[in-house]
Design a protein around this ligand. Structure first.
Ligand code: GLN
Length: 195
C-alpha cells in the first residue's frame, strides 16, 4: 500500500485522514520533519494559511516540505492551496510557491463567506459538492497548469504535474472521489521506476 501524510499543524486534519483511509491508503498525521520520511504523498489541509505558515517555520517544516514536494505529490485544500501558490494577491511574498498560480484569499466576499455548490471537476465528477469556507479562488494559472473546476467563472481546482489543489473542502463531505483521484496520482508516481 501507499502512505500518505496529512500535515497536522492546524485546520481540518482528521477529516482528511478519514477520507484517505476510505480511499485504500495508509495515512499518518505529520507534525514533525522526521514524520515525512517514507511517505508517498502529502495533504496540506484547510485552516488559516498565515497561522499554518508560522507553525511550519516553528517546526522547521517549511524547507522539509519544499524538499519533499520536489518529487512527491502534494494536495492542498483551501489554506493548503494558498500555501502552494507562487503568487498571493495583496500579499508581499508567497509561501511554498510550488504551483504556477495566482490566488486571491477570502475571494468570495463577506456576505457569501461560506456556501456549498455543485461542481464539475474534470477527471473526477460531474456533480461534486464543494464546501467553500472563506475560500480563495485562483485568479491566474500558468501554461503548465490544468484547470479542473470553475465556479461562477472562477477557478477553484487545478493540477500541475504532481500537485493538486482545491479551493473548497472535499474532506467535509462523504464524497471521496477527489481524494481517490489524488491517491491515483500518488500511485502513478510511486510506481514509476527511477532511471
Ligand atoms: N481564509 C483562509 C486563509 O486565507 C482559508 C480558509 C480555509 O482554509 N477554509 O488562509
Amino acid at each position: 500500500t501507499f502512505k500518505i501524510g496529512v500535515l497536522g499543524l492546524q485546520g481540518a486534519v482528521r477529516e482528511h485522514v478519514k477520507a484517505l483511509e476510505a480511499s485504500d491508503t495508509e495515512v499518518s498525521v505529520v507534525k514533525r520533519v522526521h514524520e515525512l520520511a517514507g511517505l508517498d504523498g502529502l495533504v496540506i489541509p484547510g485552516g488559516e494559511s498565515t497561522t499554518m505558515r508560522k507553525l511550519m517555520d516553528k517546526y522547521d517544516l517549511f524547507d522539509a516540505i519544499k524538499e519533499f514536494a520536489e518529487d512527491k505529490p502534494v494536495f492542498g485544500t483551501c489554506a493548503g492551496l494558498i500555501l502552494m501558490a507562487k503568487q498571493i494577491e495583496n500579499q508581499a511574498g508567497p509561501h511554498l510557491a510550488l504551483m504556477d498560480i495566482n490566488v486571491k484569499r477570502n475571494a468570495f466576499g463577506r456576505q457569501v463567506a461560506s456556501f456549498e455548490a455543485e461542481l464539475k471537476v474534470k477527471h473526477v465528477a460531474d456533480n461534486f459538492v464543494g464546501v467553500f469556507i472563506r475560500a480563495p479562488y485562483i485568479s491566474e494559472v500558468g501554461p503548465d497548469v490544468e484547470v479542473l473546476s470553475e465556479y461562477d467563472g472562477n477557478i477553484v481546482a487545478c493540477r500541475q504535474g504532481n500537485y493538486l489543489t482545491a479551493a473548497f473542502h472535499p474532506e467535509l463531505t462523504d464524497d471521496n472521489r477527489l481524494h481517490q483521484y489524488f491517491v491515483g496520482m500518488v500511485k502513478e508516481k510511486a510506481e514509476k521506476v527511477p532511471v
